[in-house]
Unconditional design. Structure first.
Length: 337
């Protein structure tokens, strides 16, 4: 199996460089030491107990979502054998309870797996973001914390831009470009471990007979190991596999989408296209592929540039009034049997 390339690294990234160069390039970048001056990173570098004590200061008792599994899963949250369910359980718990559990089992040779995922700072740990501020994104972007032991998050994508900052422990990131989706053997869309569709391939145990195309995805992949204080930029829709490497690990991430005039979720449009187009005869699907390529993806440029501006309709800029009309039209169409 071809080894993954290293993700490029940058030091001293400024907000201007991040906004004007890194995000438009849409390529992953590791930013070493980006959050090295955060108090939570200082605690994480001190000891696992110190970072847990630091986080307890902000716990006001709210319940957060956790995933837990027996030692048999070796920290890999995944499906059960027949893809009818999962190999873990979900339940709410206080952040302090999670931290106590992690410390209790920190020295276990093969501990039960536990992860508290996507903990919003504003709602669950108020005051955390004021002490640990990231200057690369707007202050309105609410940081999320991911706390757990040596667990593995399967390869998945997020429909947002993403900066992930390691503040305690170490994490290994393996990224795949969006165009590798057909080589990743993606699981069910309706039944997912945490909301995002995931790859069925075990990264270190890929079977070339079961998943032969994964070799191409591996050849296109990029990897990096991050220490406390390091951050990684994961571009929109890039697939990423994340492995936590220590007994106690804490990550802070920021999801955002750039301001735009987009109305509706692209995934909803895809689901409608699956409903309307997937079962058509091959020649019809191929014809619609050309239509989508022309009008939606604008493969040959602006499809309405030859029309007078007043005659472009949906091919021109779409304002709020026109968007409402289109949504009404689509709702009526979808409601018909």
């Amino acid at each position: 199996m071809t080894a993954a390339a290293q993700i490029p690294e940058l030091d001293n990234v400024t907000p201007e460089r991040f906004r004007d160069e890194i995000v438009p390039a849409a390529r992953p970048v590791v930013m070493r030491g980006l959050v090295g001056d955060w108090p939570v990173v200082a605690a994480g570098r001190t000891s696992p107990v110190a970072v847990c004590d630091y986080l307890r200061r902000f716990d006001h008792g709210q319940q957060v979502k956790t995933l837990s599994g027996s030692p048999r899963i070796d920290g890999r949250f995944f499906y059960n054998d027949d893809l009818s369910g999962f190999n873990f359980q979900q339940q709410p718990a206080r952040v302090s309870t999670v931290l106590d559990f992690l410390i209790e089992h920190a020295c276990d040779e093969r501990p039960p797996a536990l992860a508290a995922q996507s903990i919003t700072s504003r709602d669950n740990l108020p005051g955390f973001s004021a002490e640990n501020r990231l200057g690369l994104v707007a202050d309105t972007v609410d940081p999320r914390l991911w706390i757990g032991n040596a667990v593995t998050v399967a390869t998945h994508y997020d429909p947002a831009e993403n900066i992930a900052c390691v503040v305690a422990g170490r994490r290994e990131f393996t990224l795949f470009p969006p165009d590798q989706i057909s080589n990743l053997y993606v699981g069910p869309m309706e039944l997912t471990p945490a909301g995002a569709t995931i790859s069925l391939v075990a990264l270190d145990e890929a079977d070339p007979e079961v998943h032969p195309r994964f070799a191409a995805a591996r050849a296109a992949s990029m990897t990096a190991e991050l220490e406390p204080g390091d951050a990684i930029y994961i571009p929109y829709l890039w697939w990423h596999h994340v492995r936590s490497l220590e007994a106690i690990n804490v990550l802070v991430n920021y999801w955002w989408t750039p301001p735009s005039a987009v109305y509706g979720a692209p995934r909803d449009a895809m689901m409608h296209a699956i409903l309307a187009i997937k079962a058509l005869p091959p020649a019809h699907r191929q014809a619609w592929q050309a239509v989508f390529s022309h009008y939606v993806f604008q493969a040959q440029g602006d499809p309405g540039e030859h029309l007078p501006p007043k005659s472009r309709g949906v091919l021109g800029p779409i304002g709020p009034d026109q968007a409402r009309s289109l949504r009404t039209m689509l709702a009526r169409a979808l409601s018909r049997p």
